[in-house]
Design a protein around this ligand. Structure first.
Ligand code: SD4
Length: 334
């Protein structure tokens, strides 16, 4: 971030430092079985996966500063990554499946436990916003494929042309080399991947979202953990939230993000809860070659933590005083 942006960021931070508890907090405290946290002590905060999370967090922070909810912050933040044509794992710039189609997955969940999701959606701008639209204007949670595309078009979402030329070039190269990616998944070696985000607003409300183009060169029709509520994302505003990145199949098998939240409900700090689920994945998979999975969690007190199978996973952390990239704890080295 350049100096001007940092300065702007610092000013936004001081806006939040002045925030006083509002009536929404009092109401939440009354209803909440777990002791609610005084938001005067827990500044708004945002965490998101990978280094692309820094730009997404910045937008999310600005959204909170402008009076947006944690849900608005998550949506606006994730849209930044989705619109980045240089990002090969999220949104418009994503890599295609083995047949050359870029199919996008996303989900969103708010502090009321409402959620929306789209999967296997092609050629539509901003899956995270389509997921929010599913949540807010239908009786359903999840729309997939052609149905999701039809819904998006009917609701005015723009079309995008995918793959972008660079992603198409990479796909052609892959085809030529006949790499057996399905046998040896190459996830998370590079520092860019799915983006998952958790945001807590000034009222202590937590929302989250997750958006991805999924596993590069996957089978046509494959859907990973990212759009699946409970696997790629889970929020329970009484407890906290969790998001996942990495090999979706392994994450789905343990209902990863839901498991993290349930462990926090039992009293585990976020990092320990993430670690326990990672260890569960390790126990259940004999062959860990290339099996990178990472969880990122935030509890109701604003504590955050993360844990991954292998080293190399990092996440963006933003509050009124900090805007930085942090390394996750891990079980083993590549
Ligand atoms: C998936 N979890 O589709 C996503 C993508 C990812 O490393 O994070 N890949 O499985």
């Amino acid at each position: 971030m350049d100096r001007r942006k940092l300065l702007k960021f610092g000013m936004l931070g001081s806006v939040f430092a002045l925030v006083k508890p509002g009536s929404a907090f009092a109401e939440m405290e009354e209803k909440n079985p777990v002791k609610a946290v005084d938001p005067a002590k827990v500044f708004p905060k945002i965490i998101s996966t990978w280094n692309h999370g820094l730009a997404a967090n910045q937008k999310a922070w600005e959204t909170l500063a402008a009076g947006g909810s944690s849900l608005d912050a998550v949506e606006q933040g994730l849209r930044v990554t989705e619109a980045d044509v240089t990002n090969r794992s999220v949104g418009i710039g994503g890599l295609p499946d083995r047949e050359g189609h870029v199919t996008l997955d996303a989900c969103i969940m708010d502090e009321q436990g409402r959620c929306g999701s789209v999967a296997f959606m092609e050629g539509i701008d901003h899956p995270i916003s389509v997921a929010r639209k599913v949540m807010e204007s239908t009786q359903h949670v999840m729309l997939v494929g052609e149905g999701a595309e039809q819904f998006a078009r009917a609701n005015g979402f723009g079309k995008i042309k995918t793959p972008v030329p660079e992603a198409k070039k990479a796909w052609k190269k892959w085809k030529k080399e006949q790499q057996e990616i399905a046998k040896h998944p190459q996830v998370n070696h590079e520092n860019h991947d799915t983006i998952g985000m958790l945001a807590m607003d000034k009222n202590g409300h937590i929302s989250g979202g997750c958006t991805t183009s999924g596993w590069a060169y996957k089978l046509h029709g494959r859907v990973g953990d990212s759009p699946i509520i409970g696997a790629g994302l889970y929020i329970d505003n009484e407890i906290g939230g969790a998001v996942a990145t990495g090999l979706g199949e392994a994450i789905i098998r343990v209902s990863g993000s839901h498991a993290v939240v349930e462990l926090m409900r039992q009293g585990m700090p976020p990092m320990d809860a993430c670690k326990e689920v990672v260890e569960r994945i390790i126990r259940k998979n004999k062959n860990l070659e290339g099996l990178q999975c990472c969880f990122l969690a935030m509890d109701k007190n604003g504590s955050v933590g993360s844990y991954s199978v292998y080293n190399g996973f990092n996440y963006a952390y933003t509050d009124a005083n900090k805007h930085e990239l942090l390394d996750a704890h891990f079980d083993r080295r590549w």
